[in-house]
Design a protein around this ligand. Sequence first.
Ligand code: AHR
Length: 678
Amino acid sequence: MNLIKYPARMLWAAKSGLIASGMLAAAAVFAQANIPVVQIQADKVTAKMPPTFYGLMTEEINYSYEGGLYGELIRNRTFKANASEATFWSATGNAAISLDPTTPLNEALNTSLKLEATQASKDAPAGIANGGYWGIPLRERGGSLHASFYAKAASGFNGTLTVAIRSADGKTTFASAKVGGLTSEWKKYEAALKPSPRSPSKNNVFTITTTAPGTIWFQQVSLFPPTYKNRANGARADISQLLAEAQPKFLRFPGGNYVEGDNFKERFDWKKTIGPIEQRAGHRSCWGYWSTDGFGLPEFLGWCEDLGMEPVLAVFAGYTLKHDYVKAGPELEPYVQEAMEEIEYVTGDAATTRWGAQRAKDGHPAPLKLRYVEIGNEDWFDKSGSYDGRFAQFYDAIKAKYPQLKLISTVGNEHPESQRVHSRTPDLVDEHYYRSEEETESQAFIYDARDRSNPTKIFVGEWATRVGSPTPNMAGALGDAAWMCGMERNADIVLMHCYAPLFVNVSDLGAGRSMQWKSDLIGYDALTSYGSPSYHAQKIFSRHQGDEVLATAAQNLPTYSWRQAGKKKNGVEQPATTREVKSLFYSATRDSRSGKIIVKIVNRAEVPQEVQLEISGVKSVAAKGTATVLKADNRNATNTLEEPNKVVPVTETVSGLGTGFTRTFPPCSITVLELDVK
Ligand code: AHR
């Protein structure tokens, strides 16, 4: 007798009534073909998908704000980037420039740029020039730019100043305006510059020149192009547009390491980042460069408002990157109060609370909805064991006043039990994962096995498949998509997540230059920006989130062999190991309003992969549906400034769908299928 061994999927299908058991023999072809099967139980919802599942994580790294999202075009506008010289500024004509700490604008901007123009004339103007963050961009139909600066002059100066944008070679003046009436007192001057370049360019400089000799001091020299949604002191439009298209639901800010700083003085001291920008002293970012704090707490809130994101606020918790810390107790109390006031700044009523009123004054009259507060960042680095006590002190104070807030511990389950918080039960823990493609894929099912009885939920507050530099390539996107499938399947315990880092200025790559961390979601220079394949993977997942997670199962998933070189253990070389890693990943959700079932399939293999999809618990699935596919010829394929759209998703109508169907998924592909269901 010929014995056919039916695969579990066939028995499952027969049991679900999808096929009659009499059909099993006819379907034996599947058993022999052994193709992967993904089953979706549409009548079994395993979790409500949290509406804030997909978000953004941000900090001042890789020139993310300065030279990135922040609209400001002038580099070192407050002359504080370097205490000994006017970095990024030069003198033009017959003049000398120097820093002058004896002529400050105010306590915050406690220095100025002194221009000594001894021989300026009509034929030989003298002044100052700034080349921006690797260029001053001019776009066709880029609109009017707003120049502003504080200035004062030594007595005897009665000339005018010319504010201009010129090509770096000095041959072309794209726009200029005259400003006059300088006195011996500080005063703010403003001018509109209206260039109409025939082609986009970035090899330009911003200049302020005079044709009359004299001594002039400058502070906060600023140049803004039109910003996203025309916000004053706002964000760069093209980058904001990329973010908006990904439909993020929350923003974790202000870091990352940036919240902690290298030391107490350099932490994110939020009160120094609010109010008028000329009152913001700025501080050194732990990523090695100066932040003017022009993009401060009010601007983060504006970013949330403009993109419809909920803030996830990380508060400084008394521990810095260089391992300085304040132990729990009275010494920590000022930092706890600082955090309480910060929460009030974000959420407080403008009429009845001090910090709510300040927020309104800073341009945000309506309180923001805040549900999550994170206490510190990556406190597993604190080997003193102080985190449990510090967390508890913040927890008790915040919960007493804001019992509705969910508090996040920064020590996740990927760290030893002994390092985690035990004296309180955090509402969530923040887990961070930076890995290779193989590592990500080999761990794509870890959350399926997590203990469901743990009351503490998970926030994956930083993660990335770090393949590709400066931005991830298709291999990174495949790993990311595999990982996102895993998080989606487990949205009952993983409540939200965000990729990191978000941004990189790609103008001058390398340590100490425009990039401190490789594999960042979005790249840009002064003029243009692009989304990496990983960005597009995020985007298509986020835009097809659904609100119910459906039960799924799979059989016959293909694998590939991952050879890992042996590591040294206790000085002894270990042999290389090879393990089998799955190469097909999946998740299924439903949009309960439209009834559509959304199936995500990731084929990381470099060959096409046939998959049998079986959907139970529905009467029928329409033969026609939609497929959004992100794919590449090979896993090294990527996007760049020059080729920003090499790897982008394509959406098309597809047919041949049903409650049971076979579909071939292209090599190196990420597919989102939308099924119309009855
Ligand atoms: O994302 C880059 C850095 O990685 C973050 O600042 C830090 O939290 C993590 O170590």
